[in-house]
Design a protein around this ligand. Structure first.
Ligand code: PDD
Length: 287
C-alpha cells in the first residue's frame, strides 16, 4: 500500500506528491516543522506542537495557510488513511515558491506558503528495546545559529553531529557551547543526581521541547526535584543518570558520555520511572 501524504490541500500517494524546485524550503531552508508522535492511533500533545508551530511562524514573519483546527483534522486524516498505530506525523511549512530565486522574502499575499505532512509508522515506539539498554552520546561543539528556539528545517549540523556520533561508535551527540551543554542533535538533554533532575533553562540556545514541558510537569507531580540551569559535560559524566527527551524517543536513557559509563552503566531508576509516567500519561491525554 502506498503511503498517502498531504501537500497543499490534497491527499496524494507519496510518489505523486510534488513541491516546486523554487520552493524556499528546498533552496534556503526557509521553513519550519513539527513532529508529533502517535500512540494507539492518537496524537500526543497536539496542542503543544500547534502552539510552538505558531510561535516559530510568527518569529519568522510567516503565516500558516490553515487554522489549528484544520491542522488537527489533517493530522487525524493522515493517521487514519495510513493506519498508523505508533509512529509520528511530520509537518513542514515553508515560505512558498516564488518564480525567481531571491534572498528577499516574497510578498506573502502573492506567494502562499507550502504545507506538507506525512506519517512514519514506528511499531514498538513505546516498548522500545533501546530504552531498556540506553544510548551512548559523545560531546561536540555547538556551532548552530543563534535562534535554536525556532524549529526551522536547517538541520545540516545536527545531521553532521549524528554522523560524528555514529563514527565514534555512539548513538547521538550532545552539543556544548561556552563549556555548557545546550541539547542533543534532535532532543533535550538532562542529568540526574540523586532525586534531582537538571536540564538547561529555556532561551534562544535550545528548542523548547514539547516532551520537555510534559516531563518536567510529571517530574514535579512525582515529587522529584527539577532544576533548570546549564551544566557542563564534566558534571554530566559525574551524574548518576542522564536522559534525552523528544517526540520520537519520549524519555530515553543515556548510559555513556564520551566513553564514560554513568552509574552502573544501565538505565537508572529516575529515568525509567519518568519514561513510564510519560508514556502512561501521554496515552491517556492523546487526541
Ligand atoms: N526534534 N531539541 C531539538 C534540537 C530538536 O530537534 C527536538 C525535536 C527537541 C525535542 O523537542 P520535542 O520534545 O518537542 O520533540 C529538542 C524532532 C523530534 C525531530 O527533529 O525529529
Amino acid at each position: 500500500m502506498s503511503r498517502i501524504v498531504y501537500v497543499n490541500g490534497e491527499y496524494v500517494p507519496e510518489h505523486e506528491a510534488k513541491v516546486s524546485v523554487f520552493d524556499r524550503g528546498f533552496l534556503m531552508a526557509d521553513g519550519v516543522y513539527e513532529v508529533t508522535s502517535v500512540l494507539d492511533g492518537k496524537l500526543v500533545d497536539f496542542a503543544g506542537h500547534a502552539a510552538r508551530l505558531d510561535r516559530s511562524l510568527s518569529e519568522l514573519g510567516m503565516e500558516s495557510p490553515v487554522s489549528t483546527d484544520e491542522l488537527l483534522s489533517i493530522h487525524r486524516e493522515l493517521v487514519a488513511r495510513n493506519a498508523v498505530e505508533e509512529g509520528m506525523v511530520y509537518l513542514q511549512i515553508t515560505r512558498g515558491a516564488p518564480p525567481e530565486r531571491d534572498f528577499a522574502f516574497p510578498d506573502p499575499v502573492a506567494i502562499r506558503p507550502t504545507l506538507v505532512l506525512f506519517t512514519q509508522a514506528k511499531p514498538g515506539l513505546a516498548d522500545s528495546p533501546v530504552a531498556k539498554t540506553g544510548i551512548k552520546v559523545i560531546s561536540i561543539e555547538d556551532i548552530r545559529w543563534g535562534r535554536r528556539d525556532i524549529k526551522t528545517v536547517q538541520l545540516l549540523y545536527p545531521s553532521m553531529g549524528k554522523m560524528m556520533a555514529k563514527k565514534a561508535g555512539a548513538d547521538d551527540a550532545w552539543m556544548v557551547e561556552d563549556g555548557m551543554v545546550t541539547e542533543g542533535t534532535s532532543n533535550n538533554a538532562y542529568i540526574v543526581t540523586g532525586n534531582r533532575i537538571v536540564t538547561r533553562h529555556l532561551g534562544n540556545e535550545i528548542l523548547a521541547g514539547i516532551t520537555r514541558a510534559a516531563v518536567l510537569r510529571f517530574a514535579a507531580e512525582a515529587q522529584m526535584e527539577v532544576e533548570e540551569r546549564a551544566f557542563t559535560i564534566d558534571e554530566a559524566k559525574a551524574a548518576d543518570e542522564a536522559f534525552i527527551t523528544s517526540a520520537t524517543t519520549f524519555v530515553m536513557p543515556v548510559v555513556q558520555i564520551d566513553g564514560v559509563p554513568l552509574g552502573d552503566g544501565a538505565p537508572g531508576p529516575v529515568t525509567r520511572r519518568l519514561r513510564e509516567i510519560y508514556i502512561e500519561e501521554s496515552r491517556k491525554a492523546a487526541v
